[in-house]
Ligand binder design. Structure first.
Ligand SMILES: Nc1ncnc2c1ncn2[C@@H]1O[C@H](COP(=O)(O)OP(=O)(O)O)[C@@H](O)[C@H]1O
Ligand SMILES: O=C(OP(=O)(O)O)[C@H](O)COP(=O)(O)O
Length: 393
């Protein structure tokens, strides 16, 4: 990576404003998955070791510039304190005199977590005034929030122009792993794209067709490809406005000599519930009042075989409605193939990461990204503003 990291600067006695992504799922005020907090421990421990004063900043949810009690970062502060085995001071705001006083009282190696930066309307507007207020709190800026690196906000981008700005160790690792896949992939390189909306995945499929050897399509977005080829898809998820784009991808794959895999059989259901009737049919045999809900047995075998014979696999998006048990088997088959292949496996955050956790296979993957949207944009070949703004080496 050509950006400076915490390893490249003097930190002893310095106040470090560290942007993290503690946007973790909460249920009744309890954190249900602390992966994003655990992922920042290497950076925080490194800064403690180097004698910095650590001022952590994060967003939580989308409070739209107002204080929303259920989106406070208090549970994250408590969890971080447990994980670090030391106190974490929690501020009630992310800027202002009270926060400044708390920071002035910090000793080297102390950790403070600011309140949700999105409680200020300026944050998402990348307001330079708010960025200035953040910058006044610290001597250096460390960006370890890979999950928010695709956002140009005051605490991710604006502040980077006002202080020496470097990446944290998580950010560095994410960029290294994903960057290698993009620039210098081991081949055969297989990309698996699933999920629900074609619209959200167009750019990534387009770019992956350029760089991967095999592109595998599953999940709700596969029906637009089937319909584009003239097959009936019944009540399955469909984006009529993207039929031409879908056909274009099939043609592009042919032209570039890439292997483009679509489901050959499908689990269909007569209702979107666990007690629905289901059966497996060939492509084109979906009755008008049934919908495709998962990939079929033959498809699972074909996809697992491709994964087995790959050297690098990048997976983003489930193969079916994995949240409902009877429709989870296709996603499980792909997760198992990724867990057992000798290929280097990268999971692009979001729902695929949740699926791997659910099937207890997460620790068998080589890298699970902490960013869903961010890893997608990165794989699309887009520049991430939170990274671009950091200091070059
Ligand atoms: N065949 C399908 N029909 C409807 N929804 C599906 C199907 N396959 C997968 N999904 C849903 O897609 C969702 C995941 O989509 P996600 O990966 O977040 O990307 P997207 O941005 O495309 O929605 C899951 O909630 C899953 O249930
Ligand atoms: O959870 C996040 O997005 P992700 O689920 O796409 O990884 C990030 O914290 C970014 O949040 P945002 O999409 O509200 O800017």
């Amino acid at each position: 990576m050509n950006k400076k990291s915490v390893r490249d600067i003097e930190l002893n006695g310095k106040r470090a404003f560290v942007r993290v992504d503690f946007n973790v799922p909460l249920e009744d005020g309890k954190i249900t998955d602390d992966k994003r907090i655990r992922a920042t421990l290497p950076t925080i421990n490194y800064l403690i070791e180097k004698g910095a004063k650590i001022i952590l900043a994060s967003h939580m949810g989308r409070p739209k510039g107002e204080v929303v009690e259920s989106m406070r970062l208090t549970p994250a502060a408590e969890r971080l304190s447990e994980l670090l085995g030391k106190p974490v001071i929690k501020a009630d705001d992310s800027v202002g005199e009270a926060v400044k006083a708390q920071i002035a009282a910090m000793n080297d190696g102390d950790v403070l977590l600011l309140e949700n930066v999105r409680f200020h309307a300026g944050e998402e507007k990348n307001d330079p005034e708010l960025a200035k207020q953040f910058a006044e709190l610290a001597d250096v800026f460390v960006n370890d929030a890979f999950g928010a690196a695709h956002r140009a906000h005051s605490s991710t981008e604006g502040i980077a122009h006002l202080l020496p700005a470097v990446s944290g160790l998580l950010m560095e690792k994410e960029l290294e792993v994903l960057g290698k896949a993009l620039l210098n992939p081991e081949r055969p390189f297989t990309a698996i794209i699933g999920g629900s909306k074609v619209k959200d995945k167009i750019d990534v499929i387009d770019n992956l067709l350029n760089i991967a050897d095999n592109v595998i399509i599953g999940g709700g977005l596969s029906y637009t490809f089937m319909k584009a080829q003239g097959y009936e898809v019944g009540q399955s998820l469909l984006d009529e406005s993207k039929l031409d784009v879908a056909l274009g991808f099939i043609e592009k794959a042919k032209k570039l000599g890439k292997n483009f895999y679509l489901p050959v059989d499908i689990v269909i259901s007569d209702d979107f519930s666990a007690d629905a009737n289901t059966k497996i049919v060939e492509v084109g045999d979906i009755p008008a009042d049934w919908e495709g809900i998962d990939i079929g047995l033959k498809t699972r075998e074909i996809y697992a075989d491709v994964v087995k014979n790959s050297k690098l696999v990048v997976w983003n998006g489930p193969m079916g409605v994995f949240e409902i048990e009877p429709f989870s088997h296709g996603t499980r088959a792909v997760a198992e193939a990724c867990a057992t292949t000798s290929a280097y496996t990268v999971i692009g955050g979001g729902d695929s990461a949740a699926a791997a956790e659910k099937f207890k296979l997460a620790d068998k993957m080589d890298h699970i990204s902490t960013g869903g949207g961010a890893s997608l944009e990165f794989m699309e070949g887009k520049q991430l503003p939170g990274v671009v703004a950091l200091n070059d080496k």
